[in-house]
Design a protein around this ligand. Structure first.
Ligand SMILES: Cc1cc2nc3c(=O)[nH]c(=O)nc-3n(C[C@H](O)[C@H](O)[C@H](O)COP(=O)(O)OP(=O)(O)OC[C@H]3O[C@@H](n4cnc5c(N)ncnc54)[C@H](O)[C@@H]3O)c2cc1C
Length: 444
């Protein structure tokens, strides 16, 4: 198992019933508490968790909820507790099954690692980096090459080989799987990138001790006229993670501009909430927001003994908060394959299909911005953006549609579920219905 990120920790769990020993090799040093680790660039950034990811984590790690309780992570009904302003109106709020435990990334990883520690036969080797695969040219992968870091001198030791029946590559955006496949004579997979000129800034706050009519707040951007958005995401310890998004080439705010930027969002609610909140961290900005997909599924040949998943195969723009959940869904697909007898190539094909919906959702949204580079077939873009706009406005008048939309956003249903005839009829008649949302209200 290569990488102890979200995909790696979950994959180690699903591999464990099928192998006597699962060794996880991670280049980073892993803290013994819920703190950031040095080599995970996204660590300090707010990580929104979707219901699909939460459900899979709960399935694999039955003690996770209790552990998140102990760590002080809140419990959120996404549809009831989130005030979401989109397309000029508040979305309806209603009791749902979109339940999540928001936390910092460090807290979630620590909880997952702690749970994994109780799984028999799994060992995590920190400060050990993968540098290549071993196999016969054009044949199966049989081992990996790794190096371990000296904790005092921080020098990397000499290479050694670790033999494996199966290598699962989950090295995230740093993955070298494409090049390694090429080195082994399997060809280099093609890749697609959709690159928006989107950046964002994150800061953690201690909110003031006063009531707010929401637990999570999301003020969305609205086309080139309003290329800014803001999010407050609750965290463990009663804190808030705040993201301010800058689209279409706009610069994200730095330390001195954070509050002013918040004041220029589509509504004043977020700036008002921060008015008496206390910043706990510096502002951090991030602008590597490309949607990146490597087409392992269509590589000319595929070796036995290797699978690649997580961000290494499909890394959506972090702004959409799908990456961890999509990575977990890929692991669920691996779990399914392992139960029925793993065929590595078939797995990559299944994974590619599974990722398609989320990939299109993010890429199509990003291609709305004129400054985004990369392309998709024109019909996909036109059909999807027009339909998405109609579904969003219709959902403001129809709770059933709103629920369906929530399921799609949380990756519980594919986007195509919104094209079902009964949904299409609801979208068509929605303009004749009254709006059901009022600010801060909870429907149904
Ligand atoms: C700024 C930012 C914000 C994000 N926000 C969200 C969000 O709100 N919600 C969400 O769901 N997702 C978010 N994501 C995406 C999310 O972080 C990833 O989709 C998710 O972590 C994928 O898991 P992974 O295991 O594939 O990759 P990672 O979690 O990145 O794990 C890869 C692991 O491999 C290790 N590694 C790399 N190279 C080597 C090597 N050679 N040898 C050994 N180990 C190595 C790394 O240290 C790391 O631990 C965000 C990403 C970024 C960059």
């Amino acid at each position: 198992m290569l990488g102890a990120g979200i995909a790696g920790l979950c994959a180690a769990r699903v591999l464990s019933p099928h192998f006597d020993q699962v060794d996880v090799f991670e280049r980073d040093s892993l803290p013994i508490g819920p703190t950031n680790r040095p080599l995970l660039p996204q660590g300090p950034f707010v990580h929104v968790l979707l219901a699909s990811g939460q459900r899979l984590f709960d399935r694999w790690f039955p003690g996770l909820q209790k552990r998140m309780d102990q760590l002080g992570a809140p419990y959120l009904d996404w549809a009831a507790d989130t005030a979401l302003f989109h397309c000029g109106a508040w979305m309806p709020r209603f009791a749902s099954n979109l339940l999540v435990r928001p936390s910092t990334r460090a807290c979630l990883e620590f909880a997952l690692r702690s749970e994994l520690a109780a799984v028999p036969g799994v060992a995590i080797h920190e400060r050990t980096r993968a540098v290549g695969l071993v196999g016969e040219p054009g044949g199966a992968v049989t081992a990996i090459r790794v190096q371990t870091q000296d904790p005092v001198s921080l020098r990397w030791g000499s290479e050694r080989t670790e033999v494996a029946d199966l290598v699962v590559e989950a090295l995230g955006r740093a993955s070298q799987a494409g090049r390694w496949l090429g080195d082994l004579g399997h060809g280099v997979p093609s890749s697609t990138e959709i690159r928006p000129a989107t950046s964002y800034a994150t800061r953690i706050y201690q909110p003031a001790d006063r009531p707010f009519p929401w637990r999570c707040l999301y003020l969305m951007a609205h086309g080139v006229a309003q290329p800014k958005a803001g999010l407050i995401w609750p965290l463990e310890g009663g804190r808030w993670g705040v993201n301010l998004f800058a689209y279409n080439g706009l610069r994200p705010p730095g330390e001195d501009e954070f509050l002013d930027f918040a004041g220029t969002l589509v509504r004043p609610d977020l700036a008002e909430a921060l008015r008496d909140a206390v910043p706990l961290t510096p502002v951090r900005t991030f602008s590597v927001t490309a949607n990146r997909r490597v087409h392992f599924e269509s590589n000319p040949s595929w070796p036995r003994g290797l699978v690649v998943l997580g961000d290494a195969s499909c890394a959506p723009n972090p702004v959409f908060g799908q990456g961890m959940s999509l990575a977990a869904m890929g692991v669920a697909c691996l779990e399914d394959e392992l139960r029925s007898g793993l065929d590595e190539r078939r797995f990559q094909v299944r994974l590619g299909k599974l990722q398609q919906g989320a990939w299109l959702m993010c890429s199509i949204e990003d291609l709305r911005w004129p400054s985004t580079t990369g392309s998709l077939p024109v019909w996909t873009k036109l059909a999807a953006t027009r339909w998405t706009d109609r579904v969003h406005s219709a959902a403001q008048r129809d709770l059933t549609l709103c629920r369906s939309l929530g399921d799609v956003i949380h990756l519980l249903q594919p986007p195509t579920s919104l094209l079902r005839p009964d949904r299409a009829v609801r979208v068509a008649v929605a303009p004749f219905r009254p709006k059901i949302a009022r600010r801060g209200s909870r429907a149904g």
